[in-house]
Write a protein that binds this ligand. Sequence first.
Ligand code: MRU
Length: 354
Amino acid sequence: MVKTIEWRDGKGVMLDQSRLPLEVRFIECTDCHMVADGIKKLWIKGAPAIGIAAAMGIALGAQDIKAESFDEFTKQIEPIIKMMLSTRPTAVNISWATGRIERLLLANKERPIDRLKELLIYEANKILEEDIEVNKAIGRWGSEFIKDGDTILTHCNAGSLATGGHGTATAPLLIATEQGKRIQVIAGETRPVLQGARLTSWELIQAGIPVTLITDSTAGALMKNEMIDLVIVGTDRTTKNGDVANKIGTYTIAVLCKEHNIPFYVAAPLSSIDFGMHSGDLIPIEERHPDEVTTIWGHRVVPEGVNVINLSFDVTPANYVASFFTEKGAFRPMDIKKLMRADIDIESLRLKGI
Ligand code: MRU
């Protein structure tokens, strides 16, 4: 399994996903600006991975701060946090990570500045290590919904490249395979940046899982021909009511699933659930540069003067989701909002696999 990001010798080292699989290149980020740039340019991408990168970027930025007091320190770290938050708006994982960092600093405000700097490195690594465990737990719960012989459609990349470990949507596939279930995966190519074609198929081939690539618009035809048993996707932000923002095209797949009676599952670590946002209508949707659509590997393929809409994400309403796979278990969309409540018996809400 490939390590998409790690802290090494005082630097944040990330695998440049924008060049995969043609080129395997690691980039050593020596300052916070490089990390922010890397997130914007999709060197690193995928919701949990950019949360981890943002935490490492803040830890890197903190090392260069010269301050005598906690107030001076926070005054200088605030613009770094803002810079990370401004990189990509849809995934909630960046604000989830910065929230953790802000709470950590406040709880340790009496400590010397050098200690705060160490704590930020420690916290960034902790976020990464926790994500690895979260991925495994999602994999264990999700694998209960996969039968021997199943064909599973996935969209975009929600694998190890997008997270600290096994991935989110990919984790149940890996665990099901470890359990001896023979599965096939259909990966949608995921226009325009081709995360499915370039990244998911690359990862699955390395994991020894049979993978078939389709253009995004082929999904409906395969469902009609009963060639897909279930769908598992990741999420960039799931709101309290169970609405799901994920890569553009996810909504289309969910609607197709409803038409063909195919279960549509979402692998959602709690770090991707925005418990403070009530509905998917409120999620900021990133719109990316038209060049991603009008060019292929730097070559323009459409006429000059054409207008482009390049939404990076769409929102699938909760009623299309059969179940969420989280690190705490599998749950119905209506139960998502209860997961953070201390008075709820989580066990009683868990859905059983098939
Ligand atoms: O634009 P990207 O490649 O960052 O979008 C990634 C996705 O949409 C993933 O499906 C999502 O982040 C889940 S990652 C575990």
